[in-house]
Design a protein around this ligand. Structure first.
Ligand code: GLN
Length: 310
């Protein structure tokens, strides 16, 4: 299949809608540095298992990947920890609640429902601090650059903006700490969490970096360097399908039919196992914190190509 004309067509359609109607939805306002992003942008890019690439619209413009980073921190933790040590404190069930919700944590004794809601990602960040100590941020950035095949960096302004206003994340981390579910200092763990959310990448870089998820765990660019095992890659995809888009996971499965992970920067990464990884970006969000036009673009893509996990 030739993907470039398909992406061009989707970008044309979405950009025409943006020009005619303006962006619907809202950029993430609770993070001041994200509230300033121009909402009238749209990018899309993909990379196939055998290395074919296609990119359209603002597909090479870097943006704040936010919660998409949760896939990569989970991957890093899975690479280096025993299953037991990792999953002892983190569940694997969809939450059906907003990504930053506190309610279920109390019922479940400080154990987050899954690694892709904020509480779960903060618990994963604690595990990464356990692995790398003060070198955790450097290690994560190096891992992202290794996956993307080029240097990736943090946006320090976004990280500082979140640290200054991330009251809910502070609440989540303190609450888990009170149940003994976090071993390290709340500040240290949140510092890593805010930095992972502030990684700046384009759709094309994300499509490349997530390539191991459609390649049975093999490195996206180097065939001889597995990122995770085939079984682990399958498990990450399963978690993305059931938990990757929070309380919209059912709607994503229904309309798009692929494992996806979204972020409040407006990006979404989607996986077609054994075929390709796809990334879309448009900053305006719906009420569940998922990119409105990103979701529409993914729906157009799967409708047009017939690709689905079902
Ligand atoms: N940094 C954001 C937060 O913690 C990430 C949320 C998201 O992308 N869903 O609130």
């Amino acid at each position: 299949m030739q993907f470039q004309p398909i992406l061009d067509e989707i970008a044309f359609q979405i950009q025409r809608e943006l020009a005619q109607q303006g962006p619907r939805g809202q950029v993430a306002r609770y993070i001041p540095a994200l509230a300033r992003v121009d909402a009238a942008q749209f990018g899309i890019a993909l990379r196939t298992c055998d290395g074919q690439e296609a990119v359209a619209g603002d597909g090479q413009t870097p943006f704040s990947i936010q919660s998409i980073s949760k896939v990569f921190t989970l991957t890093l933790a899975m690479r280096h920890m025993s299953e037991q040590a990792l999953w002892a404190r983190i569940g694997r069930e969809p939450s059906g609640n907003p990504f930053n919700s506190l309610v279920q944590l109390e019922f479940e004794q400080g154990t987050p429902r899954n690694p892709f809601i904020n509480a779960g990602a903060i618990a994963v960040a604690d595990r990464i601090v356990a692995l790398y100590g003060a070198g955790a941020q450097r290690e994560l950035c190096g891992f992202m650059s290794h996956l993307a095949g080029e240097p990736i960096a943090y946006d320090e302004e976004v990280a500082a903006s979140e640290a200054a206003t991330g009251y809910r994340n502070h609440a989540l981390a303190n609450f888990m700490k009170s149940f003994g579910r976090i071993d390290h200092g709340v500040q240290e763990v949140l510092d890593l969490y805010f930095h992972q959310c502030a990684l700046r990448m384009s759709c094309l870089q994300l499509a490349r970096a997530a390539g191991y998820l459609c390649r049975d765990g093999a490195h996206p660019l180097q065939a001889d360097a597995p990122v995770v095992s085939e079984r682990q890659a399958r498990r990450i995809n399963a978690l993305m399908l059931t938990c990757g888009t929070y309380d919209a996971a059912g709607e994503f499965a229904f309309r798009i039919g692929l494992p996806c992970k979204s972020g409040v920067g407006g990006g979404i990464v989607a996986v077609v196992p054994d075929r390709l990884t796809l990334a879309v970006w448009s900053p305006a969000l719906d009420e569940t914190g998922n990119s409105l036009l990103g979701m529409k673009a993914l729906e157009l893509f799967t409708t047009r190509t017939g690709l689905s996990v079902f």
